[in-house]
Design a protein around this ligand. Structure first.
Ligand code: NAG
Ligand code: NAG
Ligand code: NAG
Ligand code: NAG
Ligand code: NAG
Ligand code: NAG
Ligand code: NAG
Ligand code: NAG
Ligand code: NAG
Ligand code: NAG
Length: 430
């Protein structure tokens, strides 16, 4: 049990919220030999979409600030190199086989897939959010999704969440460090999203950004303008909205203001009226990404009274990570082998159970269901079925998921042994 407990106290380095970065605790390091070999092959209920093979992990210290981890499977060799030293200068990359085929657009109904949503207030609908939406770099352990943003949107994702970093005076989409994963500029990403919005005029989305370098909100104006997003941006009537003050989807669509943009820190709506201060409009459940209990309590903004929370939108953080510490390099990566269970509609630690729990606690479902690798789950699109259930509508299971760029990631299992330990932890905990 002490081994399992130690999983929870491992330091966290990869994190999209600066909040989490400040939560690091004293570390204990797991050695590969601590895990019985019988647990090296995970035994999750569904792994329909990926085959891990038999994993072996070797960690070797090259230098005081250098670490390399190698993963290989028996069927075909897959490599994941976590190479480099200190967090700010760490590179992570991997190589593997790659297959791809065309995406499969499926968005044919107005008002975010269900015409019955048209007359519902935005605050009365649950939608799935792609955690770190732009981080789809194949074979990079720091990715959080495999399908690109066009496919995400076609499949039904309506919340795009990510962190931003300044590189050469330009906002980039990077995971923790731009040396580790740089998905390009915010402008390029938004250009893609704007094109999708133009082609899908009856859809409403939210963009939820982390201001990791705490730059001035005016820094965000240019990429939104140059990408062609400006005309779509929603500006609220007040600097905070209660549940009943949000517009309906139809109102937003008719006004052509279909994009809600929120920033976690340093928004200033006097200067940039469409760039909303996230925590004035919604709160979040704990960003405790290694805790498979996924508590429904309110974490950010801190010290908000229950009365206020009950009258605002909220986001459920439902992405489970594994903290790994390899020869002094600590990483937080998605719990790959558990994705099908985490994104399932029912079962321990599933999105479905979590939404049920939060609905019971707050009297209404979370507005935003934030997940990693949304296309994994108990069946194709199980995360969308969870949202549909919360919305009291039915979900067509054939409408997910596109397959663009679904490449080596399905075999990218950086540390099966840690995932196995986590499976063990889940079994002991729940
Ligand atoms: C760290 O790893 C890189 C790439 O493998 C290598 O070139 C470099 O010499 C290593 N640094 C140290 C201090 O061992
Ligand atoms: C990380 O990768 C980039 C691009 O390949 C390279 O320029 C940089 O030197 C690398 N950093 C480290 C610490 O290896
Ligand atoms: C939310 O939408 C449902 C379904 O249309 C409706 O019955 C309910 O009254 C709405 N709740 C609020 C608070 O608007
Ligand atoms: C930043 O600017 C320097 C100097 O112009 C250039 O060498 C470098 O490639 C730029 N970095 C990025 C990420 O664009
Ligand atoms: C927001 O911007 C306005 C206008 O520039 C400025 O007067 C105000 O001090 C800013 N607020 C904060 C909290 O920085
Ligand atoms: C929240 O409240 C606690 C206890 O009252 C206090 O210690 C803490 O500083 C507060 N945090 C913030 C951010 O206000
Ligand atoms: C849901 O609530 C039950 C009962 O409180 C708890 O045991 C379980 O851990 C929770 N599960 C999730 C995924 O929230
Ligand atoms: C799930 O989706 C993938 C990719 O579109 C497809 O290849 C697979 O057949 C689907 N599985 C089922 C059970 O429908
Ligand atoms: C859910 O939908 C069903 C069938 O459309 C309807 O009868 C029921 O009143 C709805 N429940 C709520 C809470 O909106
Ligand atoms: C959930 O946890 C309970 C209690 O540990 C266990 O009996 C059950 O088999 C688990 N269910 C799943 C689907 O893993």
């Amino acid at each position: 049990m002490s081994l399992l407990k130690s999983l929870l106290t491992l330091p966290i380095l990869f994190a999209h919220h600066a909040y989490a970065q400040s939560q690091s605790e004293a570390a204990s390091t797991l050695a590969v030999t601590d895990i019985p070999s019988s647990l090296l092959v995970p035994s999750g209920p569904y792994r329909s979409d990926y085959d891990l093979g038999t994993a072996s992990v070797t960690a070797s210290t090259v230098g005081a600030s250098n670490a390399t981890a190698t993963y290989s499977s028996t069927s075909s060799v897959q490599l994941i190199g976590i190479t480099g030293g200190a967090s700010s200068t760490t590179n992570a990359s991997a190589s593997g086989t790659s297959t791809s085929s065309a995406s499969r657009p499926s968005n044919t109904q107005p008002c975010n897939g269900w015409p019955e949503f048209c007359n519902r207030k935005l605050s009365n609908i649950s939608m799935v959010v792609a955690h770190n939406s732009p981080f789809v770099v194949a074979h990079n352990a720091a990715s959080n999704q495999v399908l690109k943003v066009e496919t995400q949107l076609n499949d039904g994702i309506r919340g795009l969440q990510f962190e931003t970093h300044v590189v050469n005076d330009t906002l980039h989409l990077c995971h923790t460090s731009c040396d580790l994963l740089d998905a390009g500029t915010l402008e390029a990403y938004l250009t893609t999203v704007a094109k999708w919005l133009d082609a899908n005029p009856y859809e409403v989305i939210a963009i939820i950004m982390g201001n990791d370098n705490r730059v001035s909100p005016t820094t965000y104006v240019e990429p939104f303008q140059k990408s062609g997003m400006s005309q779509h941006l929603y500006t609220p009537s007040s600097d905070s909205l209660a549940l009943d003050e949000w517009p309906t989807l139809a109102e937003m669509i008719i006004a052509g203001k279909r994009v809600i943009v929120m920033l976690d820190y340093l928004a200033n709506q006097t200067e940039v009226p469409w760039l909303l201060d996230e925590f004035s409009y919604q709160w979040e459940t704990p960003f405790s990404p290694t805790d498979p209990a996924f508590p429904c309590t309110q974490q950010r903004p801190p010290n908000q009274s229950n009365d206020v929370s009950r009258n605002k939108m909220f986001m459920l953080n439902h992405n489970l990570n594994i903290a790994i510490d390899i020869s002094g390099t600590e990483l937080l990566i998605p719990a790959f082998t558990l994705l099908d269970q985490i994104n399932a509609d029912s079962g321990n630690s599933s999105l479905g159970t979590n939404v049920e729990n939060c609905t019971a606690m707050w009297g209404r479902p979370p507005n935003w269901l934030l997940v990693d690798y949304y296309n994994f789950g108990k069946f194709n699109g199980s995360v969308f079925e969870v949202a549909a259930t919360a919305n009291n509508v039915s979900y067509n299971r054939d409408s997910c998921c596109g397959t663009d760029g679904k490449s080596g990631i399905t075999r990218l299992a950086p540390s099966t042994w840690v995932a196995a330990a986590l499976t063990m932890f889940l079994m002991a905990f729940l």
